[in-house]
Design a protein around this ligand. Structure first.
Ligand SMILES: Cc1cc2nc3c(=O)[nH]c(=O)nc-3n(C[C@H](O)[C@H](O)[C@H](O)COP(=O)(O)OP(=O)(O)OC[C@H]3O[C@@H](n4cnc5c(N)ncnc54)[C@H](O)[C@@H]3O)c2cc1C
Length: 199
């Protein structure tokens, strides 16, 4: 059982703190289900957010890409923020004000480190294809030495992170709003794998 993460000034929840948790197993489960994340970093003094694939292996999240990748270069030895989001439902209330979404999300802050060891890199890249389709790393050719050299893998340790979860119906409308003649409830939303299409 992993230890709960320690809240820091950056990961302490203020707004709707009852929806937040630093439980490591919850953080890991969201990171493992989310297929993409958004990486926020500062480039030339301005904030940039880039979507990308990622994988969690043990106590870290890994990003990968070309050695020419601008975003990856900007994460090495620099502070970055990463957000992974799962949407579970659209929450429709009787009032526009109370509309919301059901979600599970993780926000992580970390300093990136380039993974240099070819064996470690190979293991992480195998985990990445296994995340796309379980067992895939045994059903495709894994990167050779040239491909490994051309691939940058960046490690972000899971130390400063937290998860936030909203679930359930809309917040109850009160007074006259509760009697409004509009439908209210949740439209479930999920990301599903379709029927495979052979290439
Ligand atoms: C799919 C989705 C849709 C959302 N839509 C809205 C919206 O339309 N309007 C809105 O106000 N809010 C929305 N939220 C919630 C939003 O992410 C913030 O939690 C909220 O706006 C409070 O922001 P804050 O900066 O005041 O939080 P604070 O409580 O001040 O944030 C403090 C720290 O808590 C952590 N934290 C905050 N939010 C999250 C999170 N979502 N997941 C993990 N850690 C978090 C971070 O470490 C952050 O630095 C949405 C969230 C998701 C996942």
């Amino acid at each position: 059982m992993p230890e709960p993460l320690q809240a820091t000034d950056r990961t302490r929840f203020h707004r709707r703190a009852n929806r937040g948790t630093h439980d490591r197993a919850t953080v890991d489960a969201i990171l493992d289900e989310a297929l993409i994340c958004h990486v926020g970093f500062v480039a030339d003094g301005a904030p940039v957010v880039i979507p990308t694939a990622f994988v969690r292996v043990g106590d870290a999240v890994y990003l990968h890409g070309s050695t020419a990748n601008h975003m990856l270069a900007a994460t090495i030895a620099r502070e970055v923020s990463l957000a992974a989001t799962l949407i579970d439902g659209l929450v429709l209330a009787r009032t526009a004000f109370h509309h919301s979404m059901n979600y599970r999300s993780v926000v992580l802050f970390a300093r990136g480190r380039a993974v240099e060891d070819p064996e470690a890199k190979a293991k992480i890249l195998a985990a990445l294809v296994d995340k796309m389709a379980p067992g895939r790393s045994t059903a495709c050719r894994l990167p050779d030495a040239t491909e490994l050299r051309a691939t940058l893998v960046v490690e972000l340790p899971i130390v400063e992170a937290g998860a936030k979860i909203r679930k359930g119906p809309p917040l109850p409308d009160e007074g006259d709003d509760a009697r409004l003649p509009y439908w209210a409830g949740v439209i479930p939303v999920s990301l599903a794998r379709g029927e495979p299409i052979p290439a």
